[in-house]
Design a binder for this molecule. Sequence first.
Ligand code: IMP
Length: 465
Amino acid sequence: MASPRPVPLQWELQIMSTAPTTGPHAAVSGLQWGDEGKGKVVDLLTRRYDYIVRYNGGANAGHSVVIGDQRYALHLIPSGILHEGKINVIGNGVVVDPAQLISEMDTLAQRGIDIGDNLRLSTRAHLVLPYHKLQDALMEAAVSASRGEHKAIGTTGRGIGPAYADKMHRSTGLRAGDLLDPERFADKLKHVVALKNAMLGATADLAGAEFEPIDADELTEAYLGYGEVLASHICDTQHLLHTGMADGKKLLFEGANGCMLDIDHGTYPYVTSSNCGAVGIYAGSGVPGGTVGRTVGIMKAYTTRVGAGPFATELDDEVGQRIRDRGNEYGTTTGRPRRCGWLDLAVVKYTAAVNGVTELSLMLLDVLAGFDTLKVCVGYELDGKAVEGFPSSSVEYERVTPVYEQVPGFADEVTDCEDYDHLPGAAKQYVELIEQHVGLPVSIVSVGPARNQTMIREAHAPVSA
Ligand code: IMP
């Protein structure tokens, strides 16, 4: 009798990866370096789900949603807050700056959005404190001073890395649930502030920067004040989600940042400090692996990146500037101009595979109208040889040469197009090229920020969750 084969053959792998998944829950994941337009897709899908869950990142993310003539910029609150009757969960994997959260809640309330039981914050979510933001800025300055500006990460300055580092240090981490026990919170914060003042003072010396020590009492008072405002929202969200699932409720996970910024699978060290992709859902919310059946991968029709780090298809010329201007590519969180480049399908294919994406949502196709020809990167070469897989080292990635396919552009504006069949032929060809190279269907095509500037190709969504 022949012995069993331990490794599946290629065709078996293909069948396994295209087998329909049936889980009732879904996820939205950004497949590039963030800012892909996830907020809009979450908003479109929300009506089918009961709980909208953030599981990673913090106020470094910026999700904009346009409803009618109103634009909402959300950083910490899930986009589902704009819909009535949905429960919006900030899971344990998020790092929360309570001052930012309260300001977002106030802004939404002033615009007539109800904030009550529909917003829940995990007791286990770690807090961002002002010393995290200081540490973020001083570390960047110290690295720039000693190794040159290009070695700094180019963070958003929101204290994200230092807050996650304290979570891992444990003895210096503070969680939202700690705000509910003022005495214990005050006691721990006093010790942490003493430590931080010593560390930050030394880092400031290296950076050649001024440093004013933090006053533990003032900080404690401010944070306990935030705790009072947030108390009614803080709960065990893991239990909430499990109870919801047992009651037949459907969950939609809203990824923040983008998979190329994932701490493990992105272009390390030029990444953020969490698992941004679908891999982060389980750790960041406490639901069991396999919960998600439908994963919508969000991609722009071109590529952008903010901050430092390699970017193979970057256009540092008038073509890049044209994309930046037409796409209004300036950060929602920091206002920084985004770096722009041609669509990189080597990136999308890689992130779609890592995240188990089941369908693609193509955003900002309208930005590419008016080009005679378009270039799409379909792979890389390194030292004259085709690169297999995706380089795991940024140093190696920096050296790759993109292999481009040149395709015809489309002259006509497409912002008013409501039916996929009415898109110019070259625009449809562009969509099909993506499907062919990534091996996944494009089920949503977006041609503008408004809800009605979206073509949903129902028949192309393999999973109907
Ligand atoms: P941090 O998350 O602030 O530590 O920044 C680390 C890197 O991730 C920097 O290059 C940021 O510009 C980038 N980054 C973090 N969040 C986002 C996002 O939501 N969109 C785009 N870039 C982001």
